[in-house]
Design a protein around this ligand. Sequence first.
Ligand code: GLU
Length: 457
Amino acid sequence: MTVTVRFAPSPTGRIHIGNARTALFNWLFALKHGGRFVQRFDDTDLERSRQEYADSILYDLHWLGIFPDQTEYQSRRFSSYDAAVEKLKAAGLLYPCYETSEELELRRKVRRTRGMPPVYGREALKLTEEERSAHEQEGRRPHWRFLLPNFSSDPFETQRTEVHWNDLVRGEETVDLASLSDPVLVREDGTYLYTLPSVVDDIEMGITHVIRGDDHVTNTGVQIALFKALGAEPPAFGHHNLLTTSSGEGLSKRTGALSIESLRESGIEPMSVASLAVLVGTSENVTAMHDLTELAGKFDPAATSKSAAKFDPDELLVLNRALLHQMPFAEARDRLILLGVNGEKAEPFWTAVRGNLDRLSDAVSWWRVLREGPEAPVEMSDEDREFVGQAFDLLPEEPWDGNVWKDWTAAVRKATGRKGKALFMPLRLAITGLESGPELADLLPLVGREGILARRP
Ligand code: GLU
């Protein structure tokens, strides 16, 4: 069977780097196994879901290099969920309940004071036909619970019922169905909670591997029971650890913190995001991977830690620098053109400045400095000014070869007796207006003799 995975966010906000971790785990898994990637939008909550968020999630995924083979929206698939509901009802596995949330809370309290686990006691199963219709006549609408298979013949006599799976990330996992309440699958207003649509989709879309955050481990016990109740073989499951900020806070779509959009806008490269999102909290070192194929080579779900992975957003800049410092011109060219960096000098310019960039867009200010000179008038002592004037007088005539900087500074050293920093710092300041930057040997041919002489302080 073709490996088929899915990434299933609710389109209720922009995705963040933690969501990107889930998406990339799935994408890389599919990449490694020659599989398919289904993009599924869990948008059964019609109030909070928005098409514009779904569109922006797709945009963010493309930016990261993820191109789904199939895109699905749960809001267009209600007839499949309705059919599953009928099937469960017919099998006696879905039963109507009329309790309000206050009544349920009260019951939980009573159970706790009696030292019983605060799970639902299946009281609604005991309702007679008359009691049900009395509730209906009062105007109450039922919510529907799935009868978990955690008993042998009497549903009020639950017994330990272990559901096992060999988790792709966590190894052997067990959930005891007797420790859980029968989950509500359908609300009073007829809307679906996440649990059932997810299973129905996983069945109908032929999902072979469900890879998601470890906040879903308990759900998996319930969902495996649901797969079986619907007559399907459950897929394989993998639950990866979640990302938290260095202070231990979780990430939320709603706050927009560390959203992929904000990282993109702040000039972070997609592969910086992908490298950190995938490698943090694993036994691999976090280093800058150049593309997703290279990253796939380092990706091993089983090498992921079981505890939450703290990450430092500053690490993104470290990865960004590493990527830019080695980025070939061909890869940067189109983006440089959009930034106004073009012409025959664009390539040597890129090679000269890339080692000094935090963000690709920082190249623009270097381009400007090299073409137009220092941004502000350069401050230097009279002595240095005189030195620079003397040095400029010694600048070789063009055409220049690759030794021009060496030849020039040798001549300047001989004439002035200056060397080291005393020699090159005033030259650097006069030419760029800055105390640090790319090698002057590389900058010189980019500025040209005329350009240098125009910078005489
Ligand atoms: N919509 C669910 C979530 O974002 C999907 C979980 C799953 O992958 O099954 O948590």
